[in-house]
Write a protein that binds this ligand. Structure first.
Ligand SMILES: NCCOCCOCCNC(=O)c1ccc(S(N)(=O)=O)cc1
Ligand SMILES: [Zn+2]
Length: 229
C-alpha cells in the first residue's frame, strides 16, 4: 500500500520519486516562472485561447486532505486554442492550493514570489482520449488553467460560495454539495495574458501529462477565504 504522500520532510516532494517514479521526470511542475526568460510566442497571439463553461449547481466538493476539490465534469465546456493545437479540452474538476499564511500557498512562483494561493481548473483532451484517466497517461492529455490568489479587502463572491461549505467537510474524505450555482468563468481574471509550458500533475502520481496555462493577473480574495482555519 503506497504510504500517504504529503508535504512533510518524510513524505513530501523530495521523496515522492521513491514511490512515484514520474516525480523524478524532466517536465515536473510546479516551476518558478522567470519572467525575464519567458519568451512571447507570436503563434500564441494568432491562436487565441478560448473557453466556454456552463453554470452548474449541486456540485460536489471534497476535502482531499490537501485542500478542497470540486468535481465539475462538464461535457458542454470547451477550452481550446492558444497552446492546445487543434484539440478540445473539457473541464473535469477545479481545486485550490493555499498555505498557512497569505505570504505563501501558491504552487507556481513568479520570479521567486509565491502568491497566497492558486486555483487549478483541470481539463482533459476529449479530441484524442476517451476518459480523464486515459488522458492523464499522455503528454497532451490534460490542460490546467492556473489562477493566482492575491489577498485584499474584497472577497470573491464565487470563491465564497465554495469556502462557505468548508465547515461541513472539516476532515479528509468528507464531501458535500454546493447548493449555489457556480460559473467557472467568474474565476478567471479580466486580463487574459498567460504563461504556458509543458509540465505535470503537481501531486503524486505526478504524471507528465499537463499543458500548463498560468494567468499573469491574480484574482483578489480575502485572507479569510484563502488561509487554513
Ligand atoms: N490512477 C492511475 C494514475 O492516474 C493519474 C491521474 O491521477 C489522478 C489523481 N490526480 C489528479 O487527478 C490531479 C489532477 C490535477 C493536479 S494539479 N495540481 O496538477 O492541477 C494534480 C493531480
Ligand atoms: Zn492543483
Amino acid at each position: 500500500m503506497a504510504a500517504e504522500w504529503g508535504y512533510s520532510p518524510t513524505n513530501g516532494p523530495d521523496v515522492w520519486a521513491r514511490l512515484f517514479p514520474q516525480a523524478g521526470g524532466a517536465r515536473q511542475s510546479p516551476v518558478d516562472i522567470c519572467t525575464s526568460i519567458a519568451s512571447s510566442d507570436s503563434n500564441l497571439e494568432m491562436k487565441k485561447l478560448t473557453f466556454a463553461y456552463e453554470s452548474q449547481s449541486d456540485l460536489r466538493i471534497l476535502n482531499t486532505g490537501h485542500g478542497w476539490k470540486v468535481e465539475a465534469p462538464q461535457s458542454g465546456s470547451r477550452l481550446e486554442g492558444g497552446p492546445l493545437g487543434e484539440d478540445i479540452y473539457q473541464l473535469e474538476q477545479f481545486h485550490c492550493h493555499w498555505g498557512e499564511t497569505s505570504a505563501e500557498g501558491s504552487e507556481h512562483t513568479v520570479d521567486g514570489r509565491a502568491y497566497a494561493g492558486e486555483l487549478h481548473l483541470v481539463h482533459w483532451n476529449t479530441t484524442k482520449y476517451q476518459s480523464f484517466a486515459e488522458a492523464a497517461q499522455h503528454p497532451d492529455g490534460l490542460a490546467v488553467l492556473g489562477v493566482f490568489f492575491d489577498v485584499g479587502n474584497e472577497s470573491n463572491d464565487e470563491i465564497e460560495k465554495i469556502v462557505s461549505t468548508l465547515s461541513e467537510i472539516k476532515f479528509k474524505g468528507q464531501f458535500t454539495d454546493i447548493p449555489d450555482v457556480i460559473d467557472p468563468t467568474t474565476f478567471l481574471p479580466s486580463g487574459l495574458g498567460y504563461w504556458t509550458y509543458l509540465g505535470s500533475l503537481t501531486t503524486p502520481p505526478c504524471n507528465e501529462c499537463v499543458i500548463w496555462i498560468v494567468y499573469k493577473e491574480p484574482i483578489t480574495v480575502t485572507e479569510e477565504q484563502v488561509t487554513y482555519h
